[in-house]
Structures are given as structure tokens and as C-alpha cells.
Design a protein around this ligand. Structure first.
Ligand code: AMP
Ligand code: MN
Ligand code: MN
Length: 342
């Protein structure tokens, strides 16, 4: 039995063994985080299990429509206390890093509870659960949830299908990133066959921003810097800009992907200082130079071609720590490309 089959079987056993589940995901949840939670919750409820979803951060407006029947609660100390006391199992989705569940990690210190981790990030060490199902080959955690539901013979109703489709659509950048493969497309096709409307779901997620977000993008993009002979594009956003446009960290979603349209760009870095002294670094690669190590070394993580880390200090401090590493990665790649293959 392969390791992956064994890990999936361990999740099925975990699900069978427990009755009262608490689900959570990473800070600043994205479409995969919320979509995976909602689908997993519906699967469990369909088996008569009791389920609560509790996250550190609020659900972005773009994904609220997924949670109509499966409410997602936001951390408050007393609420977390109650939810942990009621539950006999915790399922952590879309992260295998204990710190990334935010304040729920402190609640975990106080409660003995069995944990299952389901994720698709490159992770060292391999998760903090009793059961860890971590597959970096998958484009989204939603793919894992979908496979588990199919294996269990679960009914995938319209709401679960929408949640899973949004998970897949957002984590593949609308089926454009390098993680998009035949498995992802096959899953999308199977979900669409259940009657989903891809245009409507795309619009639900991507057509609900305030005008200020686009003005903010305009300002930040107008100051785009090109480095490393045009292979590295750098963007920078100040706390004052977030404030003036009435935006939060989640509103930068998509911004870091835009400079990838520039000919010759291999890497993009976005330094966004949402609150003074807290710099969220987002890195993207066009697919030839891996950048996850840069973030892992600094305490963050991600995938080879999309990674991030939260750094304390000024944006200048963050740039001084990250940009030389990116330039070194580019130099190494250019050197390797210049040498004839042996
Ligand atoms: P983002 O730039 O926020 O879109 O994140 C890109 C990828 O890096 C996602 O897969 C995230 O899960 C991961 N990531 C972002 N920030 C962090 C962090 N502070 N720690 C670990 N992984 C992160
Ligand atoms: Mn995520
Ligand atoms: Mn994901």
C-alpha cells in the first residue's frame, strides 16, 4: 500500500472514529481554505456527525456565499473555549503549520484533542496531527476533500460542489497556474456535470470588490520596480495606502500576479505592510525558478512557485532580507541556463 493510500485510509478511519468535529484553516483564509471547510463539513453532516467551523480570521466577502448553510465562526476566546470543549476531533485544512491557524494554536495548548491535518503545501516536518494527509502534488486541498468524498461514496450536493469548485478555481488562479493538471481539470469537469455555472461562480468570487481596490492597485502598479535585468518585478504597499482606500490584507489578492504579464519576468515580489511593522511578503514565480525555500528559511512557506511569509519590521528591512535571496536564485538559474547541458 502506498503511503498516500495509507494516509487516506487513516483519514477515513479518523472520520469514522469521531462524532463531534471542529474544522479550521489558516489565517486570512482563501477560496481553497473556506471551500475545503464547507465541503468537508457537509460530508461529515451527511453522515450525521456534528460539525463546527472556527477560524482565526473573518471570511472574505468573496467567499461568504459558500457559508450560508455552513456558518464559519471567527475566533473569540470564550467561543473557542466552548468549541474545543464540545469537540472530540479537530480537522485542520489547507495548512500543516501549527502557527498558521493563528489563535486556535493557543487554544490547542489547553485542550487534548485528536487532530487530522489535510494539506497540499510543501511541509517540513510532515504536519502536527495524529493523522497527516499532505500531498504537495495536488493543486488544492479541495482536491483532497473531493477524492475522500468520492472514496467514501458521499453525496456531493450542489453546495459542496460549489465549495469544491471555488477551492480549485482560486488555488489554480482560474486554471492557469503551473499546478493545473489533468486531475484538476477532471475534477472541474465532474463538478460542472453536477449543474454548476462556472461563469456565475467566477463572478461571485471576482466581481465584488470596492472601487478603492482598483485605485489602490493602480497606485501600487504605477510604482512597479524592475530589477535583475527585468527578471524581477517588485511591488510595495504602505499602511497609509491600505487605510486611505479602506482596504485589508485580503484585498491584495491577485495584485502580485499582475506583473507576470511583463515579458521576461521570472519572479514577482509584493511587500505589503497592512499594519505598521507587519510586512506580508508574497512571492510568485513564472514556473522556472523555485522560491518556496526563500520563504521557508524566513519562517513562512508555500509552494515552489507561490509562497509567502509575514515579517516584522519595516518594508525596507523585509526587502533587505528577501531581494538579495531572489537575485541569488535568479543568478543561479541564469548560470545553469548558460551552461551547456552535460
Ligand atoms: P499568498 O502570497 O498569500 O497568496 O501565498 C502564497 C502561498 O504561500 C500560499 O500557498 C500560502 O499558503 C503560502 N503562504 C503565504 N504566507 C505564508 C506564511 N506566512 N507562512 C506559510 N505559508 C505562507
Ligand atoms: Mn490557502
Ligand atoms: Mn490551498
Amino acid at each position: 500500500m502506498t503511503q498516500r493510500v495509507a494516509a487516506r485510509r487513516a483519514v477515513h478511519d479518523f472520520v469514522a472514529r469521531h462524532q463531534r468535529f471542529l474544522l479550521t484553516t489558516h489565517l486570512n483564509p482563501d477560496g481553497d481554505a473556506i471551500g475545503s471547510e464547507v465541503a468537508f463539513a457537509r460530508w461529515l453532516r451527511g453522515m450525521g456527525k456534528s460539525v463546527r467551523i472556527l477560524n482565526d480570521s473573518v471570511t472574505p466577502n468573496a467567499f461568504l456565499f459558500l457559508t450560508d448553510e455552513d456558518p464559519v465562526e471567527v475566533y473569540e476566546p470564550e467561543l473557542a473555549e466552548r468549541r474545543f470543549a464540545e469537540a472530540d476531533a479537530l480537522v485542520v485544512l489547507d495548512t500543516s503549520n501549527r502557527q498558521r491557524i493563528g489563535r486556535l494554536a493557543t487554544a490547542l495548548d489547553q485542550h487534548v484533542i485528536e487532530i487530522a491535518v489535510l494539506d497540499h503545501h510543501v511541509s517540513q516536518p510532515q504536519g502536527f496531527g495524529r493523522v497527516n494527509l499532505i500531498d504537495p502534488e495536488l493543486a488544492a486541498t479541495g482536491e483532497l476533500v473531493y477524492d475522500l468524498m468520492r472514496e467514501a461514496g458521499a453525496t456531493i450536493d450542489r453546495r459542496a460542489a460549489e465549495a469544491l469548485y471555488v477551492a480549485l478555481m482560486t488555488d489554480t488562479g482560474g486554471f492557469r497556474y503551473s499546478n493545473t493538471d489533468s486531475h484538476a481539470h477532471r475534477m472541474a469537469a465532474e463538478l460542472l456535470a453536477l449543474g454548476l455555472d462556472p461563469q456565475e461562480l467566477y463572478a461571485r468570487v471576482h466581481s465584488n470588490a470596492p472601487a478603492g481596490r482598483l485605485r489602490f492597485f493602480g497606485e501600487v502598479l504605477a510604482k512597479l520596480e524592475m530589477r535583475a535585468d527585468g527578471q524581477l518585478a517588485v511591488l510595495d504597499a504602505a499602511p497609509e495606502q491600505f487605510q486611505r482606500h479602506g482596504l485589508v490584507g485580503a484585498d491584495t489578492e491577485g495584485l502580485v500576479d499582475m506583473p507576470r504579464s511583463i515579458a521576461g519576468v521570472e519572479l514577482v515580489a509584493l511587500f505589503s505592510e497592512v499594519e505598521p511593522g507587519k510586512v506580508k511578503v508574497s512571492l510568485r514565480s513564472a514556473g522556472r525558478v523555485a522560491i518556496d525555500q526563500v520563504c521557508t528559511r524566513l519562517g513562512g512557506g508555500g509552494h515552489p512557485h507561490a509562497a509567502g511569509v509575514l515579517l516584522r519590521g519595516t518594508r525596507d528591512d523585509a526587502r533587505a532580507r528577501v531581494l538579495p535571496e531572489l537575485e541569488a536564485a535568479l543568478a543561479a538559474w541564469n548560470g545553469a541556463a548558460a551552461r551547456p547541458a552535460s
